[in-house]
Write a protein that binds this ligand. Structure first.
Ligand SMILES: CC(C)(COP(=O)(O)OP(=O)(O)OC[C@H]1O[C@@H](n2cnc3c(N)ncnc32)[C@H](O)[C@@H]1OP(=O)(O)O)[C@@H](O)C(=O)NCCC(=O)NCCS
Length: 151
């Protein structure tokens, strides 16, 4: 049986990360991911972790340190997806185990995440991994015209 490899993302994973982002509901193309990914590679405060099977990236999670002045620093999962063809085989658990290990290694006492209320499968997954639901929030967005280009 092939071994699952859990490792940090590399630039050459961009196309696979983009395809999986679409499954997460955030369509991105490989070029966009390739532009944005370098700020995670080798960064001390954020990381993209991938699951690789038979040379193919089949899942990813992104994690970052959140550091506000009014609250103790914590780590937050900002994205999490496993290829639909590989779900329920422990890939998600393996990715989360590495995210938790990284959080502890960073000396942080807690790992948080936000998830859409409609993602019932994901709630089951997170609760099965020991996460507790602490509150329900609304997200507000206001569209504005950027006055300069952003990446
Ligand atoms: C949530 C997700 C990352 C879990 O990954 P996974 O590799 O399937 O997780 P694992 O195999 O390690 O664990 C599966 C467990 O999670 C739950 N689960 C989550 N999604 C499931 C699914 N589609 N089918 C069955 N079980 C699911 C179950 O409790 C299951 O435990 P069980 O197999 O003992 O019943 C994956 O389902 C996914 O990518 N979902 C779509 C994207 C998404 O919602 N991401 C979360 C954004 S906040």
């Amino acid at each position: 049986m092939s071994a699952l490899i859990i490792r940090s993302a590399r630039l050459e994973d961009s196309a696979a990360l983009a395809t999986l982002s679409e499954q997460l509901g955030y369509p991105a193309n490989a070029a966009e991911v390739k532009t944005r990914l370098p700020r995670y590679i080798g960064a001390p405060e954020r990381r993209v972790i991938v699951a690789e099977l038979d040379g193919k990236v089949i899942g990813w999670t992104s994690i970052e340190i959140v550091d506000h002045f009014y609250i103790e620093k914590f780590a937050e999962i900002s994205g999490f997806v496993v290829d639909a063809a590989h779900r329920s085989r422990g890939v998600g658990h393996a990715l989360m185990a590495e995210a938790e290990r990284w959080t502890s290694e960073m000396g942080l006492p807690g790992l948080r995440l936000k998830t859409n209320v409609v993602r019932v499968d994901a709630h089951r997954f997170y609760e099965g991994m020991g996460f507790e639901r602490t509150k329900t929030q609304y997200t507000y967005v206001k569209k504005l015209a950027p006055s300069r280009g952003s990446r």
